[in-house]
Design a protein. Structure first.
Length: 266
């Protein structure tokens, strides 16, 4: 099968725009902080997130190339090449789930680090800390669910005919992922709302600032939509062009949402 992700202009545009925003963010942070060596942990997290999303785009291409369309395996000739390709495709598929998890949750961590600084002089610090703990716990739970949860042993993920259906369709994992992803996003999205009215953190309440923050919040809502839609597509169609597209949309939109506000100096 010909590659579908890297061959799509949309995926490449998402990647280029996201990298551009992250670079602008780093330049802006250098201008604000006074030097490259003064960049902080949240800046390193932003780079890690876009690297993970870029790797996700590349691995998705491999999934499309090596993972044959799901269906009765009796309809295929089990040649050694077919077995190798399907095994590799299944391994790449579980890799995409790991990369998506790392990319999206790293982006959440970057946003929380930013809000931790913005709320230093406000009573929202406890809200940020509570959200950070919840995000960290959700990441650990999802990692355990993906690696040692419903599919055991781990090698069943790339078995030709796994004994456990969960190793093939990931239904329980996707339900848990949607629940944690949406809940953590909503908790993070409500943090900046009181900041629009606060004078203590130095955010001007001009119409331009409000429009920028509202646009970023809209990107956050779109990120939630991408997360839900991608999993619905995967559960219904397993392997489709729409599924792969929504994976990249979710990862790169989350990156834009987390980094645009840091590009203000540029």
């Amino acid at each position: 099968t010909a590659p579908m992700v890297l061959g799509q202009p949309e995926a490449l545009i998402w990647c280029v725009v996201s990298w551009t925003v992250v670079v602008l963010r780093l330049i802006s942070r250098r201008m604000r902080l006074g030097g490259w060596r003064r960049l902080q942990l949240e800046d390193a997290v932003a780079v890690l997130a876009v690297l993970s999303a870029s790797a996700l785009m590349v691995v998705l291409d491999g999934v499309q190339t090596y993972w044959p369309a799901p269906g009765p395996l009796t309809s295929y000739k089990w040649t050694p090449q077919f077995v190798r390709n399907r095994t590799l495709g299944q391994k790449l598929r579980i890799t995409t789930e790991e990369l998506l998890l790392v990319s999206v949750w790293t982006t959440k961590a970057g946003l929380l680090l930013m809000y931790h600084q913005l709320t230093e002089l406000t009573n929202q610090r406890k809200q940020v800390l509570f959200t950070a703990v919840y995000v960290a716990v959700s990441f650990v739970v999802l990692e355990l669910a993906l690696t040692v949860g419903w599919c055991r042993p781990f090698s069943e993920y790339w078995a030709m005919i796994p004994e456990n259906k969960e190793c093939r369709v990931y239904t329980n994992y996707y339900i848990m992922l949607i629940a944690f992803n949406v809940s953590t996003d909503l908790l993070i999205l409500i943090i900046p709302l009181p900041l629009l009215r606060s004078r203590k953190v130095g955010i001007r309440r001009s119409w331009r600032t409000k429009l920028i923050i509202l646009a970023i919040l809209a990107l956050g809502v779109f990120t939630i939509t991408c997360s839900v839609v991608s999993k619905i597509f995967f559960l219904q169609k397993l392997r489709s062009l729409e599924t792969l597209s929504w994976y990249t949309r979710e990862a790169f939109t989350a990156i834009l949402c987390a980094n645009l506000s840091r590009c203000m100096p540029v």
